[in-house]
Design a protein around this ligand. Structure first.
Ligand SMILES: [Zn+2]
Length: 239
């Protein structure tokens, strides 16, 4: 017999999981929401599908009937299925898309590269500590080789913006710029010189010159992405 929903039950207030974000975080949010009504394992299990959408919902509906008999099993299957959407994978992607910008000295770029690599190694250690999956031997060397390849790739493609992927933001860049400079996260370069043929109708608040708008500014876009990847400006990251 199906467990009835608790009295006063309302649809959940959370973003439906579509396989692109951190599965652990989704489980946390989901459990927190359901626990407002009940701690009943049967309810957690029964209602879970309502928190899914797209590919994740399709994955759920094809689970063999009777293969999942409690919420813990479901959580294990779900987090295993979407392990590649965990943040450390995203960070590896960030490393692969790192670019040296035209005006950036090689030394600065290498430092930036190294700091992200270290972050990824720490994350890998953390994950390893949790799962105890494989012995650690040889991992460091492998990481180094991968880094060298990534570095050469990144150094070659030093045109345009630094990143292949920019974190979607929930506010205009001009607003984020203001916030970041008020909090000393970001310092403005000295006022820039506008080229003679610059479009005077466009003004950049970062470079403080004409020719492009703040939203179009590639340098600012890179600076903001850097801050986001360093863990700042979380309130402007679209979820
Ligand atoms: Zn600009």
């Amino acid at each position: 017999m199906e467990t009835p929903l608790p009295f006063g039950w309302k649809p959940l207030h959370l973003d439906r999981y579509d396989d692109t974000t951190d599965p652990d975080e989704h489980i946390d949010l989901y459990v927190t929401q359901v626990n407002l009504y009940t701690n009943d394992d049967a309810i957690l299990l029964r209602v879970f599908w309502t928190s899914l959408t797209g590919a994740a919902l399709a994955w759920y509906t094809q689970l063999p009937a009777g293969s999942i008999d409690n919420f813990d099993t479901l959580v294990r299957r779900f987090t295993a299925q979407y392990a590649t959407s965990r943040p450390h994978h995203v960070t590896s992607a960030a490393l692969a898309s790192l670019r040296q910008s035209n005006d950036e000295p090689l030394r600065t770029f290498m430092e930036r590269f190294a700091s992200i690599s270290v972050k990824i190694q720490n994350l890998n250690l953390e994950v390893r500590g949790k799962t105890q999956a494989k012995p650690y031997h040889g991992h460091k060397d492998k990481m180094k080789v991968t880094n060298d390849i990534q570095f050469k790739k990144a150094a070659r493609a030093n045109k345009g913006g630094r990143y292949d992927f920019y974190t979607p933001l929930s506010a205009p860049r001009v607003h984020i710029l203001e916030e970041a400079s008020n909090n000393n996260l970001l310092t403005l370069p000295p006022p820039g010189h506008s080229p003679n043929n610059a479009d005077r109708s466009k003004h950049c608040r970062y470079h403080r010159n004409h020719g492009h708008t703040t939203e179009e500014c590639r340098t600012l876009r890179d600076r903001i992405e850097e801050l986001v990847q360093a863990g700042h400006l979380g309130q402007y990251v679209q979820r």
